[in-house]
Write a protein that binds this ligand. Structure first.
Ligand code: ASP
Length: 438
């Protein structure tokens, strides 16, 4: 029988009401045999995530300040969930043990991991799933990276043994036996590892939005969710600043060709966004942009030199930027000039040294810099097959009075990126969204 892995984020397990929704979802499909849970997150805007409270607790301890109040708040959250759902887990006992060890031998990682641990103990009981501690199932190697082979074997064995399992996200065990947490949001990684471990038919990532949005909702009003997207497109959008799943977190499912579905715990009827390696389907829809993303504050360096040996001069300029550890985002070439685009923050005050070095090494006729540039990327797997796409995009931007300072089309033709003035960033995104995503 096929297996679905369902990971629930912090807001999905923030309180008793959310637990109920999670149970509906999980028990609503017998294939959802592996569940991964975050720590309880915010129930309302001013609320706190347990993980943040635990980090705060540790900061207090570091400065010799009591964190009793914070621990009390945390305890109340768990007791409230337990009592309103009529569960039996004696969270007080485990928290008392934790208090006893706090200032003695507990690392920050272990302390912080308890958010996932306690939340998952409660959720496992509520679902009737076996609680499988990530400390016994998710292993880091000596290099601090997840030991996938060992982890996959342990998770698969746990599922085999128990039939239905719940694993806390975000942490695992180091070779020395101690607990290590992943980067923030790491439960996504645990979910992906679990999905890869059991060769899941699908990895469902349950959050509080109905999928990845086509544009930033702070810029575009009510943007539509993206129904389906390839991993490559997702990578482009993430690179250009869209807040989507981090690449590391999807690597395990991508490697195994497992589709990833982003879903909304509060609106389970919505299909969410489906992320796939390749999308065969599709009667060619009129829509050729999958999503739009962008970032502000780039600098363009334009080097001009008549009759230059272009590749040699370009190579020297790139070497100089490399020496200053400045990643180059885009390169545009002209006959007697080229432009390099880099993040202004990466250049920092080093900009002047870079300019001096380019002057000395490349001996250009002219060297111009322009900062305050925003890059806006239109990403879409349908673009390569559609003639005239760039023309239409540029025309729309032009008609809206957006001046394009630089253009770059990804070599794989998955994206077309334009550089505009920071001040025209929002307008550019809205024009592209309104004109080409409908
Ligand atoms: N609870 C952790 C965090 O807040 C990990 C997660 O939720 O994925 O970052």
């Amino acid at each position: 029988m096929e297996i679905k892995v369902a990971k629930f984020g912090g807001s999905s397990v923030a309180g008793a009401e959310q637990f109920k929704k999670v149970r509906e979802i999980v028990l609503g499909d017998p294939a959802r045999r592996v569940v991964v849970s975050s720590a309880a997150g915010k129930r309302f805007a001013e609320d706190h995530k347990l993980t943040d409270l635990l980090y705060l607790c540790h900061a207090h301890l570091t400065y010799g300040v009591s964190c009793a109040d914070i621990l009390h708040t945390i305890e109340q959250r768990f007791i409230e969930i337990r009592d309103s759902l009529g569960l039996a887990y004696e969270v007080e006992r485990d928290l008392a043990a934790l208090r006893g060890r706090l200032s003695r031998d507990m690392s920050v990682d272990e302390l912080v991991s308890r958010g996932e641990y306690f939340t998952s103990r409660l959720l496992a009981e509520y679902l009737g799933y076996a609680f499988v501690d990530a400390a016994d199932d998710v292993f880091f190697g000596p290099d601090g990276q997840v030991d996938k082979e060992r982890t996959y074997a342990a998770v698969a064995a746990a599922l085999e043994a128990h039939g239905r399992i719940l694993i806390p996200g975000f942490y695992g065990r180091l070779p020395n036996g101690r607990i290590k947490v992943m980067s923030r949001g790491g439960s996504d990684i645990t979910g992906a590892l679990a999905a890869a471990a059991v060769d899941a038919a699908i990895y469902e990532n349950w959050t509080d939005v109905s999928g990845i949005l086509m544009a930033d909702p702070r810029i575009v009003k009510n943007p539509s969710p993206i129904p389906s997207i390839t991993f490559a497109e997702l990578r482009e959008l993430a690179f250009m600043g869209a807040s989507v799943l981090h690449e590391d977190s999807i690597q395990p499912v991508k490697e195994k060709g497992i589709p990833l579905n982003i879903r909304n715990t509060n609106r389970p009827q919505d299909p969410g966004t489906l992320i796939l390696e390749r999308i065969e389907e599709e009667q060619r829809s009129e829509r050729f942009i999958t999503g739009i993303a962008g970032r502000k504050n780039f600098t363009i360096l334009t080097v001009s030199k008549r009759n230059m040996h272009q590749s040699a001069t370009l190579r020297s300029a790139l070497e100089i930027l490399d020496r200053y550890h400045v990643p180059v985002e885009h390169i545009t070439l002209g006959l007697d000039s080229f432009s390099l685009v880099a993040a202004s923050a990466a250049l920092g005050d080093g900009l002047y040294d870079v300019i001096a070095d380019i002057r000395k090494t490349c001996r250009p006729d002219d060297l111009q810099t322009e900062d305050g540039i925003a890059l806006v990327a239109s990403v879409g797997r349908h673009m390569p097959s559609r003639p005239g796409v760039s023309g239409r995009l540029f025309a729309a931007l032009g008609a809206a009075g957006v001046n394009i300072r630089t253009i770059a089309q990804g070599a794989d033709e998955l994206s077309i990126t334009v550089g505009v003035a920071n001040e025209q960033f929002e307008t550019a995104i809205r024009v592209l969204y309104d004109g080409f995503t409908g």
